[in-house]
Design a protein around this ligand. Structure first.
Ligand code: ZN
Length: 436
């Protein structure tokens, strides 16, 4: 039988099994078989030698703003409000256009693949352009179109955004890689009416709702002042959690709010680098886990983070949570890797398809080189993933059964072109800032 790709002799981290040297047959976008000596059984169009490589499911990034990639390092070391109002919003106001988003999203998607991310859930504007770039480079994405009460770059009001989401949902219905989502920005930028409309639309179309919640103390205080309720209680009071919801940040939750999220199967996207860098706060997730809330990991935008290294994010979360709890046994390596993969897939309602290496699932797989000084010796691949390896060691990335990066070179895109484009926009942004 003819197949598309054969991954040969890799150390495969198959779901629910002990890491074992095996081969994977990939056909028609999916994992057809995992076993030994598959090269005798199948005639593969492409064979990838995975000797001395760890083979794991691709990372699922549940909170990003991919088209902010040209704002990486534009302004740092500032409080959130000053950073936004003096630096990010002015350049967004000047530059945001369909063309800019398409270019910036392409750069961001490329950066994600280089960091082993095979699926991302985004929140931004001009989703059609982000979708085009994701499709071109071959990455799986859930494109959350941002909703605010105020006019945004592409729309005058929220109702226009809602009809745009309907249109995009229809347009990409048949895409194997893309879904759309409704992404009300936050409770302080969306009034009750638009939050309810957003929820109703997501519920009607059966798509995801994606919102920032409880990122800062001020947000919580503001909500209590306005509504008498804490943010999660407020959203619950308007029926927001009726559908499938991912909340980003969720740093400042009390006991009752954790119960509400658990009861409503709401997943959290943890964004530790962004939260630390903007000093939004840190929290222990121990109690969240005890309540049974599904956790996943987001990178947030590169303007805040300022990188998309998922391995770095994983390592940081694992170590921070140990320190916060005064307990080195919390979040062992295997558990945090599961949060980064199947936890993300569950959050996005895609755990039947992605998030683990299992026969029948989509082939979203990354190969990591361990034949180097930094990776040797290796006693436990999970330990290495969390504490020793970096993105540079991620060599090959397969998404939906197609190779999108081989030996760290992107297949579907000219990397030189991306770098030139980034330099071109950097020049324009510097010019704009110096004339302000
Ligand atoms: Zn965000």
């Amino acid at each position: 039988m003819k197949i598309d790709i054969l991954i040969k002799n890799g150390l495969i981290l198959e779901f629910g099994k002990k890491p074992t040297i095996n081969s994977i047959a990939i056909y028609n976008g999916k994992i057809l078989e995992i076993g030994k000596e598959l090269e005798h059984k199948y005639n593969a169009k492409q064979i990838t030698d995975a000797t001395d490589k760890i083979v794991i499911p691709g990372f699922v990034n549940t909170h990003s703003h991919v088209a902010m990639s040209y704002f990486k390092g534009l302004a740092d070391d500032l409080p959130l409000q000053e950073w936004l109002s003096k630096h990010i919003w002015p350049v967004e106001g000047k530059f945001l256009s369909a063309e800019f988003v398409e270019d910036a999203a392409l750069h961001g998607c490329a950066e994600m693949i280089k960091n082993g991310i095979t699926t991302f859930s985004d929140m931004y504007f001009f989703g059609d352009q982000t979708a085009k770039s994701a499709e071109r480079i071959g990455i799986r994405a859930i494109i959350g179109e941002g909703v605010l009460d105020l006019p945004v770059a592409n729309y005058k009001n929220a109702d226009e955004i809602f009809s745009y989401i309907r249109k995009m949902h229809d347009k990409y219905m048949k895409s194997e890689l893309l879904d759309f989502a409704v992404a009300p920005h936050a409770i302080y930028t969306c009034g009750k009416e638009n939050l309810i409309k957003a929820k109703n639309l997501a519920f009607e179309l059966g798509i995801l709702l994606h919102i920032h919640i409880s990122e800062t103390k001020q947000e919580v205080e503001g909500c209590i002042k306005k509504t008498g309720l804490r943010p999660v209680e407020y959203l619950d009071s308007i029926g927001f959690f009726e559908g499938d919801v991912v909340v980003a940040h969720a740093i400042w939750l009390d006991e009752n709010e954790q119960k509400i999220l658990a009861e409503n199967n709401v997943s959290i996207a943890i964004n530790t680098s962004s939260n630390l860098k903007l000093a939004s706060g840190i929290t222990s997730f121990k109690s969240y886990m005890e309540h049974g809330i599904n956790l996943s990991i987001g990178t947030d935008g590169v303007a805040a983070n300022n990188n998309l290294s998922f391995l770095q994010e994983i390592s940081l979360i694992a170590k921070l949570q140990k320190a916060l709890n005064d307990d080195p046994t919390i979040l062992p390596a295997k558990e945090i890797i599961q949060i980064a993969t199947i936890g993300g897939a569950k959050a996005l309602n895609k755990s039947d398809w992605i998030g683990s290496i299992e026969v029948g699932k989509k082939a979203d797989i990354i190969l990591i080189d361990i034949n180097n000084i930094e990776a040797q010796p290796m006693y436990d691949p999970y330990s290495h993933l969390v504490y020793s390896l970096t993105s540079e060691q991620i060599k090959d990335v397969i998404i939906n059964g197609k190779m999108v990066m081989k030996d760290r070179q992107l297949i579907n895109i000219d990397e030189k072109e991306l770098i030139e484009k980034a330099k071109y926009y950097q020049k324009k942004i510097i010019e704009f800032n110096s004339n302000k």
